[in-house]
Design a binder for this molecule. Structure first.
Ligand code: NAD
Length: 492
C-alpha cells in the first residue's frame, strides 16, 4: 500500500523568500516499505551565507521592524493555514516517519497549529519589570525593562516529532521578533517544506523564515559555527548537543538544549492498577518509543509486580502494528533502518547482559511490502541491574525494563541513578506520597497518574545530560528575547 503523499522529486530549501534547488541531494526513504520517496536539496556553504544575510536583513528592515501585533496576526494566519492543510501535513509527516494516523491527528499536527497560536497570544502580554530607585540625595530613578529580539536564531530539530518540535521553537522565536534559520532532520524535512510554502503564502517577509535542508554534519555544523547567528536552539541527541555547544562557545552564543532521556515510571502498590497499566503502555510504546519523554524503566512495587507484568504483557501484545494509514494502528515502523539497527543492538545487549524477555525482542513478519520497512515489536524485559548499560543508555525504541522495588526512598534513589534528567511518571492514589516523591526526582518534568499531558504555558526541559534551559510559556519568551534595562534619572 502506497502512502498517498508524494514528495516532490526534489524538495528545495527556502531562503530569502525563494525556493532554492541545489545540486547536492540526500535521499528520503519511506520507513513503511523501504522505498525511495524522493530527494532533498542539501544546502551548501554559499546558501548558508545567503540565509544568514537574508535573516539579518529581515531583522533590521522588515520583520524586526513590524509591531508585535502585525507579527502575531501573521502567525495566526500561519496557524490557520496549517489547520486548513491538515491532510497534506498528515500525509507528509506519515510518509517521512511512518507514524500512525492516530498520533498524527491527535498530537503532531494539532500541536503544530497550537504552537503558533499560543506564542502569538502570549507575547502580547509579556510584561517587563519596573522599580523606583531612591537615591541618598532625594532624587529618584525609574528603572524599567524592555524585551528585544535576539536577532537571528538557528533552529536545529530532530526526526521524532518533526512539525511539533520545530514549531515549538519557530513560533516563539518569530513571535519575539527574531528571524529564524531552520535545519530540520534530514530524515523528516517534508512538513518544514510545507510550512515554508505557508510562510510564503501568508506574506511573512522574506528572510524572516529560512529553511536549510540536509545532513547535520554538512549543514547544521557550519550553521551553528556561523558568527552571524545570535542564538542556537536545539532538540536532539545529547552527543550532538555537546558538539553544538562547542560550536556556540567560539562565538559565545546562548543555547537552549532539549536532549535525550532515560525516563522512569514508578508504580506504587496503591496505584489504580488499570490506569497505571494503560498509562505505562502508552508511555513506553507511543510513537514506537521514539518520544524523548517515553518510559524505558518501570519500577513496580513488589506486592503488585506479578500482576503488573502480566497486565503489561497482555497490553503490549494486543497493540496493533501495521500500515500507519490504518486508523486502528497504534504503532508504525521505526524511522529508519539505521535507527532500527540501533534498537535491535540494544535488544542484543540486553540479552547478553542477562535480561529475560517477557514479550517482543524481534521484528514482526507481515509477508508483504512491510517486511522491507523498519517495524519492530513492542518489547518488555526484566532481570537487569540498574547499572546495566541497557538501563543506563537511551534506546529510543518500544522497549521497557521492569524492576521490583520495596520502599519509597529506595525507588527514588534508583530512579535518580542516571546521567539523564528529563521526565518521570508516578502512579499512586496517595496524594501526599505523590507530592513528596515528585519533588525528589531529579528531572525537569514529573507526571502523576498521567503522562505527556502538556500545557504549553508550562516549563519544558531537562537537567543533567537532558538539556540546558527551559522552553514553554514565559520560558520560551525569555530565551528568545533579550532584556534591556533602562534607567531614567528623576530629579528631586
Ligand atoms: P540528532 O542529534 O542525531 O539530530 C538532531 C538534529 O541535529 C538533526 O537535524 C541533525 O541533522 C542535526 N545534527 C546532527 N549532527 C549535527 C552537528 N554536528 N551539528 C549540528 N547539527 C547536527 O537527534 P535525532 O536522532 O534526530 O533525535 C533523537 C534524539 O533527540 C534522542 O536522543 C531524543 O531523546 C532527543 N529528543 C529530545 C527531546 C527533548 O525535548 N528533550 C525531544 C525530542 C527528541
Amino acid at each position: 500500500m502506497e502512502n498517498p503523499y508524494i514528495l516532490p522529486e526534489q524538495t528545495p530549501c527556502y531562503v530569502d523568500g525563494e525556493f532554492i534547488y541545489t545540486d547536492q541531494y540526500v535521499s528520503n526513504t519511506n520507513p513503511v516499505n523501504g522505498q525511495n520517496l524522493g530527494q532533498l536539496c542539501e544546502a551548501n556553504q554559499a546558501l548558508i551565507e545567503q540565509a544568514v544575510t537574508a535573516a539579518r536583513y529581515a531583522q533590521n528592515h522588515t520583520w524586526g521592524k513590524m509591531t508585535s501585533q502585525q507579527r502575531c496576526q501573521l502567525l495566526h494566519q500561519v496557524a490557520d493555514k496549517i489547520a486548513e492543510n491538515e491532510q497534506a501535513f498528515i500525509q507528509a509527516e506519515m510518509a517521512d516517519t511512518g507514524k500512525s494516523l492516530q498520533q498524527l491527528t491527535q498530537i503532531d499536527i494539532p500541536r503544530g497549529t497550537a504552537n503558533f497560536r499560543i506564542f502569538a497570544d502570549m507575547v502580547k502580554s509579556y510584561a517587563g519589570e519596573s522599580f523606583i530607585t531612591e537615591q541618598t540625595n532625594g532624587d529618584k530613578a525609574l528603572n524599567y525593562t524592555i524585551h528585544k529580539p535576539l536577532g537571528v536564531v538557528a533552529i536545529i530539530s530532530p526526526w521524532n516529532l518533526p512539525l511539533l518540535l520545530a514549531t515549538w521553537k519557530i513560533a516563539p522565536a518569530l513571535a519575539c521578533g527574531n528571524s529564524v534559520i531552520v535545519k530540520p532532520s534530514e530524515e523528516t524535512s517534508s512538513t518544514m517544506y510545507l510550512l515554508a510554502q505557508i510562510m510564503d503564502e501568508v506574506g511573512i517577509p522574506k528572510g524572516a523564515f529560512n529553511l536549510l535542508l540536509g545532513r547535520g554534519e554538512v549543514v547544521g555544523d557550519p550553521l551553528t559555527r556561523h558568527p552571524g547567528i545570535d542564538a542556537i536552539t536545539f532538540t536532539g541527541a545529547t552527543k550532538t548537543g555537546s558538539q553544538i555547544m562547542k560550536n556556540a562557545a567560539a562565538n559565545v552564543k546562548p543555547v537552549s538544549f532539549e536532549l535525550g532521556g532515560k525516563n522512569s515510571a514508578i508504580v506504587f502498590a496503591d496505584a489504580d492498577l488499570e490506569k497505571a497499566l494503560n498509562g505505562v503502555t502508552r508511555s513506553s510504546f507511543t510513537n514506537c518509543g521514539q518520544v524523548c519523554l517515553c518510559t524505558e524503566k518501570v519500577y513496580v512495587h513488589r506486592s503488585i509486580f506479578d500482576a503488573f507484568v502480566e497486565g503489561l504483557k497482555q497490553r503490549a501484545e494486543s497493540l496493533t502494528i501495521g500500515y500507519p494509514t490504518d486508523p486502528d494502528v497504534f504503532m508504525g515502523p521505526l524511522v529508519s533502518k539505521q535507527h532500527r539497527d540501533k534498537v535491535l543492538s540494544y535488544f542484543q545487549l540486553a540479552s547478553q547482559e542477562g535480561a529475560q524477555f517477557i514479550t517482543g525482542g524481534s521484528i514482526p513478519v507481515f509477508n508483504d511490502d512491510r517486511d522491507n520497512g523498519f517495524f519492530i515489536q513492542p518489547t518488555i524485559i526484566t532481570g537487569l541491574d540498574d547499572d546495566a548499560r541497557t538501563n543506563q543508555e537511551e534506546i529510543f525504541g518500544p522497549i521497557c525494563h521492569l524492576s521490583v522495588f520495596d520502599d519509597e526512598d529506595e525507588v527514588i534513589a534508583r530512579v535518580n541513578n542516571t546521567r539523564y534528567g528529563l521526565a518521570a511518571s508516578i502512579w499512586t492514589d496517595n496524594l501526599t506520597r505523590a507530592h513528596r516523591t515528585a519533588a525528589q526526582i531529579d528531572v525537569g518534568m514529573v507526571w502523576v497518574n498521567t503522562w505527556f499531558l502538556r500545557d504549553l504555558r508550562t516549563p519544558f526541559g531537562g537537567c543533567k545530560l537532558s538539556g540546558i534551559g527551559r522552553e514553554g510559556g514565559q520560558h520560551s519568551l525569555s530565551f528568545y528575547s533579550q532584556t534591556s534595562n533602562i534607567c531614567i534619572q528623576i530629579d528631586n
